[in-house]
Every structure is written in C-alpha cells, then in structure tokens.
Design a protein around this ligand. Structure first.
Ligand code: ATP
Length: 269
C-alpha cells in the first residue's frame, strides 16, 4: 500500500470557472497531521471541498489514496434548527455502514456511547441540537466523525467559537485519530495551536506558498509572502501571469489574479 493518502496534481479548484485555489501539487502522507492555514478567502475551504469531491477540479486532479473520508464543514454551514437530538446526529456516523434506516447493533450502541464519552457528552444523548452551545455541538460532530471510521479526516475550522477547554479536549481526539494511523487535514486560524500541535502545515494564498514541517513553513518570511500574495490578488484580472510567464500561454482557465511567480513547493510529490 502506498504511503500517500492523497495526491494533488497541478490541482485548480474554483467556482463558475474562476480559480480560487490553483496549481497545487504534492502529496499528503498517510497518518500525517497537517494544518491548512491562510488568510480569509485564501482558498482553504475550497481545497477541503475539492478533496471531499463536493467541487470538481477546473483542471488537474486530486488523486485519492484513502478508503473512506470524513468531512466536517464549518459550523456556519450547518442547520441546527433541524429537530434532531444529539444521538440522532452522532448516529449519522454509521450512515455509510448501516444506511439511513439501518438498525444499530448492540456493538454499534456500545461504540456510540464510548464516542460520546470520549468527547465529554455522556448524558447529552436526548438533548435537542438547538439547545447545545457551540462547543457542545462541535463535540457532538467529533463523536459523529469518530463513528465514521474514516482513514482521511477533513476538519474546517473546528475550533471556531470554541473555548480553550473544549479545544484541548478535541486536540486529544485528533491526536488519537493520528495515533490510529488516520490522516487529518485541519483548517485553522490560530497559529499558536498550529505551532504547538500540528507537525505539518500547508500555507496557501489562493495558491500554495509553503508546505512541509510546520517549523519550516510558519516563518515570518513565508507569512509575509502569503500576505503579499493575498493583497496582490486582483478579482478583476482575467488570466494567470504565472502560466503566461512559464509557458508563454495561459492554461485555459480564468485565475482572476495577478500574482508574483509561483513558489515551488519542495519536498512533496
Ligand atoms: N460558492 C462559491 N461561489 C463563488 N465563489 C466562492 C464560493 N465559495 C467561496 N468562494 C470564493 O472563493 C474564494 C476562496 O474562498 P474560501 O471559502 O475557500 O476561503 P477560506 O480560505 O476558506 O476563507 P475563510 O478563512 O474566510 O473561511 C473567496 O474569494 C470566496 O469568495
């Protein structure tokens, strides 16, 4: 079995033909823990949606080397008014295994209780979702993710509006996943958390700026470069200077950018 869980081959993703992440190449190692960082609008969520298959590539490819994927979207994308209880939400983690109306086995119920316990939600089974705090909701979503038994887990800003204690508890859960050999990609804005807990980092500003060991990526020089790429972004531009400079022609999709020449990402496939 290859050691690569996911490979990007000159991947460009976007909306209505307009690139939001472009020219990403590289591999994500199986069992790695990677933070995806960048400014607002730099393409982090777009990348996760591309990996999850919600967005099809404009060009290039995202080659899966995983068996099962779990994707935890930003909380802002979730509808909590739906009349459901914690146990209903968490049980959805069995959906791929049991189907929507499939009965849970005794073993499934024990595993479900174990997962609720692991996120500190024992006793919350019958609570309606709209009565949960932001942190409790995120704990329930982590329990659902645990039940999905995915080998690739995508987390989009899982610590937004979550207090320090909940963050600490959920970091333990994430590290447990990695210790089990699962691969985790996590979008984050808190650079202290990234430096303290995430061995690998992908820094993007609509295109990759740096990718590798967190200590090598989160340098002031790379962060400055990411800021300047993001500030130089021109929504009105209709083509990609990188490609014109490199090959004397554009690459066939609208990048909506005027950016400095593309930074080479070393050390990745
Ligand atoms: N559904 C959509 N249709 C059109 N454009 C979109 C859509 N979703 C995102 N975009 C645009 O794509 C670009 C990247 O957005 P994305 O949400 O990936 O950024 P982000 O890095 O996750 O930002 P944030 O940190 O604010 O969550 C932005 O310019 C955004 O406006």
């Amino acid at each position: 079995m290859s050691n690569t869980c996911l490979e990007f081959r000159n991947l460009t993703l976007g909306y209505q033909g307009h690139a939001a992440v472009h020219h990403l190449s590289g591999g994500v190692q199986r069992g790695s823990l990677t933070a995806v960082v960048g400014a607002n609008g730099s393409g982090k969520s777009t990348l996760l949606k591309g990996i999850a298959g919600i967005l099809k590539p404009i060009s290039g490819a995202c080659v899966p080397g995983f068996r099962r994927l779990a994707y935890l979207a930003q909380q802002s994308e979730l509808d909590r008014t739906f009349p459901a209880r914690v146990i209903d939400l968490v049980s959805l983690g069995y959906w791929q295994k049991r189907g929507l109306l499939g009965r849970l086995t005794a073993a499934d119920k024990i595993r479900l209780s174990t997962c609720l316990d692991a996120v500190g939600l024992t006793g919350f089974e019958k609570r309606p979702l709209d009565s949960l705090s932001g942190g409790q909701m995120q704990r329930a979503l982590f329990a659902r993710t645990m039940l999905q038994d995915a080998d690739l887990i995508l987390l989009d800003e899982p610590f937004n509006a979550v207090d320090a204690r909940t963050i600490a508890d959920l970091i333990v859960v994430i590290k447990g996943w990695v210790a089990e050999g699962r691969t985790v990609l996590c979008v984050l804005h808190d650079y202290v958390l990234v430096r303290d807990h995430f061995p690998e980092t992908l820094l993007i500003a609509r295109k990759p700026v740096a990718w590798g060991a967190t200590s090598d990526v989160m340098t002031s020089e790379n962060l400055r470069k990411a800021r300047s790429f993001q500030e130089a972004w021109d929504e009105e531009a209709g083509w990609c200077e990188d490609d014109a400079g490199r090959e004397g022609q554009t690459c066939g999709h609208d990048h909506h950018t005027h950016l400095p020449r593309q930074h080479k990402i070393a050390g990745h496939v």
